[in-house]
Ligand binder design. Structure first.
Ligand SMILES: Nc1ncnc2c1ncn2[C@@H]1O[C@H](COP(=O)(O)OP(=O)(O)OP(=O)(O)O)[C@@H](O)[C@H]1O
Ligand SMILES: [Mg+2]
Length: 418
């Protein structure tokens, strides 16, 4: 019997609607030809490299600012200009160390050895840091060029000895004459700078450059610069870019988030077979981003963390009396939920610890206030939408039963929990 070969259904069956002309322009590794609102920061970073043009060494620097404030793109922009303007006159290469991944001296030195082209095998254990330093300095000496090392997310470094040894490598005659190691540390907060060992700090003699968050107008300019390249003419409706900028300006002025929202809105337009990207698509995209973030937070939580968070959400839903919820009410609802689920309650201290963790994670804002004889209490406000968090918690089968939880508020309010 001969089987009729069936023609497979087309997998890449693109809808007739497409709004993107070149979606790479909205990707994170795209470097725009010019930058908006960062002239001062560009000049400050460029100044670090001025000494190179007088045969000197560039100055070490720490750069900090909130996520998406343009630190990486400004550094890349300045380096691109430096190589093109200085040409053959400088003998410099740069490397970026992601410190979240490479956070110890050994990991950093192994990573950098590979980056500068060392290809022999490296011992996995049993050798001291000194072994790696010797190997690194001698191999770099052979290469002959100087290096700028960008320590990204430098606050994840486990020890700052590597900064000390690199910044003093010239003085310790580890390298050739005029060869140097130049350090740029990048971080979201200035805390790392303050926590540096004074010995390291003084040996670096570094500059500090602070990047402020973008405001709505700057975010609009950043987005508009990409719109004409990324989208077909007239594919983005009036108000769409403004809404992306407004949403992101509320959220720490993060340009990455603004660009991502615009891209996600474009994808929603295609999904809904609409040839124009409208503000409504931004709202859908923004809701989806919030849900994804909440889901990510909640997925990584322990059972008890989810339990306490749900108690806070239920307090907001059933017991909120003013602008914020207070810890006493959270304990009341928590105890009632334990009774409902036949679970043994955690101690007061354990619950407070979890509330502090939610604050650190950016799920809530909590201010401690004195309530006379009631002692100290926390005034809690949810930063995002508690309903989205609740839905993420209900994805865990152990919490489905709480979907029908309906507390007797009068009874709960009369209970003294401590
Ligand atoms: N001034 C600007 N003009 C144009 N695009 C910008 C500007 N600032 C940032 N961007 C874009 O926004 C995105 C985020 O910028 P960048 O990666 O430089 O932020 P960052 O400060 O390094 O953030 P993080 O702290 O999370 O690493 C990138 O796609 C970048 O190209
Ligand atoms: Mg960055």
């Amino acid at each position: 019997m001969v089987l009729n070969p069936t023609i497979p259904k087309k997998l890449f069956n693109f809808k007739t609607v497409n709004v993107f002309q070149d979606s790479y322009v909205l990707e994170s590794d795209y470097i725009p030809s010019s930058l908006v609102g960062r002239d001062e920061e560009i000049n400050a970073v460029a100044e670090i490299f001025f000494p190179l043009f007088r045969n000197g060494k560039p100055g070490h620097a720490f750069i900090y600012g909130p996520p998406g404030s343009g630190k990486t793109v400004v550094i890349k922009h300045v380096l691109r200009q430096l190589y093109s303007e200085a040409g053959e006159n400088i003998n410099l290469k740069h490397f970026t160390v992601p410190c979240k991944k490479h956070n110890t001296t050994t990991k950093i030195l192994s990573f950098l050895l590979r980056e500068i082209g060392y290809s022999d095998s490296l011992p996995r254990s049993g050798v001291s840091c000194g072994y790696y330093y010797d190997l690194f300095f001698s191999y770099l000496k052979k290469q002959g060029y100087s290096i700028t090392i960008i320590f990204d997310e430098i606050d994840f470094l486990k020890d700052d000895n590597v900064l000390y040894n690199f910044s003093r490598s010239g003085e310790f005659k580890e390298l050739n004459e005029r060869q140097f190691i130049h350090i740029i540390g990048v971080s979201n907060t200035g805390e790392f700078v303050n926590s540096l060992d004074p010995r390291v700090d003084s040996s670096m003699q570094r500059e500090t450059i602070v990047f402020p968050p973008y405001n709505k107008e700057q975010l609009i300019d950043i987005l508009n610069m990409r719109v004409s390249l990324a989208f077909y003419p007239d594919a983005v409706c009036e108000g769409t870019v403004e809404l992306c900028a407004e949403e992101s300006a509320k959220d720490e002025g993060d340009a990455r988030r603004a660009i991502f929202l615009l891209q996600a809105a474009g994808n929603f337009a295609i999904k809904t077979e609409c040839s124009k990207v409208q503000p409504g698509h931004v709202i859908m995209a923004s809701q989806k981003v919030k849900e994804d973030i909440s889901l990510q937070f909640v997925l990584n939580m322990t059972f008890h963390e989810k339990f306490v968070l749900l108690a806070m959400i239920n307090t907001e839903k059933y017991l909120k009396k003013g602008k914020f919820i207070v810890t006493g009410d959270v304990y009341r609802i928590y105890h009632d939920m334990c009774r409902f689920a036949e679970e043994g309650p955690l101690s007061l201290a354990a619950i407070s610890q979890k509330v502090a963790k939610f604050r650190m994670m950016g799920i809530i804002n909590a201010n401690v206030s004195s309530r006379g004889r009631g002692g100290l209490t926390s005034e809690i406000v949810f930063i995002g939408d508690p309903d989205i968090l609740a839905n993420a918690i209900y994805r865990d089968g152990a919490f489905v039963k709480f979907m029908t939880y309906n507390p007797d508020i009068r009874k709960i309010c009369s209970v003294q929990v401590w």
